[in-house]
Design a protein around this ligand. Structure first.
Ligand SMILES: *[C@@H]1O[C@H](CO)[C@@H](O)[C@H](O)[C@H]1NC(C)=O
Ligand SMILES: *[C@@H]1O[C@H](CO)[C@@H](O)[C@H](O)[C@H]1NC(C)=O
Ligand SMILES: *[C@@H]1O[C@H](CO)[C@@H](O)[C@H](O)[C@H]1NC(C)=O
Ligand SMILES: *[C@@H]1O[C@H](CO)[C@@H](O)[C@H](O)[C@H]1NC(C)=O
Ligand SMILES: *[C@@H]1O[C@H](CO)[C@@H](O)[C@H](O)[C@H]1NC(C)=O
Length: 411
């Protein structure tokens, strides 16, 4: 009887020791493998870091303006119609395996001026994408994409991060930002004021003409695309003018891939990346490190302009390029921090990107943006302030990564 009790006691002891050991082992295992941090929690942690950012992020690191000397004062730039062909030839020569523009070319300003003023020789519907766009040809046979202005710069877009129509301002600010970041991955973009009645209809293709009509004596078109409909056209104003962005057309076919951080675009339905914070680990077997670092750079660029709609990304040779940036600048009063998920989930950043960001700290982002052509047409002071805060949030995310695991800075 006593013996039986003794054995039972031993068994009990073994079981207790077993569970105790397992418990201890789990505690000492590397935390990153089992820890699941939810999205809101990460945002809180990043905002906490924002409260005590190291001074290095707060003071100007670099003050030079040299990078974009060539694009200032576009208004004073001149070109002759006869030289256009050679300007376009130069522009197209910049499209290499890892760049699509040349920030240091002394002709950059002249080419931007040509994009916004050279004569339009033909106009067609651009069927790529889901929103109304025109494909224009300029003297000298260069094609450009025209995205019309739907909203004033003060307009606040409510709703999810991808709500609303394209903002032409976002395309141009995206281009400027690519120059400031020294990442020539955005096609040249500039503002253009044209006239549907006088510049477009006389040179329009049949299929574009077919979508044009007059409303209250103003010329309107509705184009052909997923969201295009006659009830929702773009029209000349009372002076027969229409503003928009002209974007240099890259005459190369690029491959398009589904973004691993794609949203579900369904209310209440979460994508895998939104549910697990160890998502990046699962990607490391599927994507090269170079591709991941490209996507992290992209997320930083997108976060700064608040473009939360990059459901696909484009590849030229083996490099992610930043085309189609029209969904930024929707609401300066909301920061959609999850656009930064690639950065704070992977906790990696290229050394060069980090240095470029540091170069914009301490108010340099605003100061340099304000030197860009016609900046007041595209950005309100609220948007500018908000972009400054986002830069600090990027630094906070980097600090968050440092506390979680050591952030990898890669050359
Ligand atoms: C960019 O422009 C600079 C200055 O003209 C030139 O030295 C450089 O070769 C150009 N780069 C490319 C890729 O065309
Ligand atoms: C013009 O539009 C009509 C109706 O939308 C269509 O049936 C016709 O094929 C179009 N014509 C051209 C040239 O696109
Ligand atoms: C449209 O313009 C024509 C010529 O300029 C003018 O005669 C006509 O009254 C205008 N119609 C409307 C509705 O404004
Ligand atoms: C695009 O490039 C192809 C070949 O590289 C060329 O034949 C074509 O003319 C170009 N198109 C335009 C509009 O420049
Ligand atoms: C940072 O700024 C300095 C000085 O203006 C410049 O020489 C350097 O190229 C910049 N670095 C990056 C990565 O943008």
């Amino acid at each position: 009887m006593l013996r039986k009790k003794y054995i039972l006691f031993i068994v009990f002891l073994v079981i207790v020791i077993f569970f105790f050991t397992i418990n201890c082992l789990l505690k000492f295992l590397p935390q990153t493998d089992i820890e699941i941090i939810h999205k809101e929690e990460v945002a809180d942690l990043i905002y906490k870091e924002l409260e005590h950012l190291p001074d290095v992020y707060k003071y100007p690191q670099a003050q030079g303006n040299h990078i974009y000397e060539s694009i200032r004062n576009i208004g004073n730039q001149q070109f002759h119609a006869g030289t256009l062909r050679s300007l376009w030839k130069e522009s197209n020569s910049w499209i290499l395996s890892n760049t699509i523009t040349n920030i240091s070319s002394p002709n950059l300003g002249r080419i931007l001026k040509a994009l916004s003023t050279a004569r339009i020789t033909s106009a067609d519907i651009d069927t790529r994408g889901t929103q109304l766009k025109l494909l224009l040809t300029l003297t000298g046979d260069q094609q450009i994409v025209f995205k019309p202005k739907w909203y004033n710069k003060e307009k606040i877009i409510e709703g999810p991060v991808y709500a609303g129509k394209d903002r032409y301002q976002s395309e141009i600010i995206g281009f400027y930002l690519s120059i400031l970041l020294q990442k020539p991955l955005v096609p040249m973009s500039a503002e253009r004021i044209l006239s549907l009645k006088y510049d477009i209809l006389p040179v329009a293709t049949k299929r574009l003409l077919n979508t044009s009509f007059d409303r209250n004596n103003r010329t309107c078109i509705y184009g052909k695309c997923f969201y295009c409909k006659k009830e929702d056209p773009i029209c000349d104003d009372e002076n027969d003018k229409l503003t928009g962005a002209v974007i240099f057309n890259i005459n190369k076919s690029f491959k398009s891939y589904r973004s691993p951080w794609q949203r579900t675009y369904k209310k209440g339905k979460q994508a895998e990346w939104e549910e697990s914070n160890n998502y990046c680990q699962s990607l490391q077997t599927k994507l090269t490190k170079n591709r991941l670092l490209d996507l992290i750079d992209t997320s930083i660029f997108d976060f700064l302009i608040q473009n939360g709609d990059r459901h696909h990304y484009e590849i030229l040779s083996d490099k992610v390029i930043w085309v189609d940036n029209g969904k930024g600048l929707g609401n300066p009063y909301i920061q959609f921090i999850d656009i930064l998920a690639p950065l704070y989930q992977c906790c990696m950043i290229r050394d060069k990107m980090f240095k470029s960001l540091l170069n914009l700290s301490g108010g340099q982002l605003s100061r340099k943006l304000k030197l860009m052509p016609q900046i007041d047409n595209f950005l309100t002071s609220e948007h500018l302030k908000s972009m400054e805060e986002r830069l600090m949030l990027i630094f906070a995310a980097i600090e968050y990564c440092k506390t979680k695991i050591k952030i990898k800075s890669i050359n």
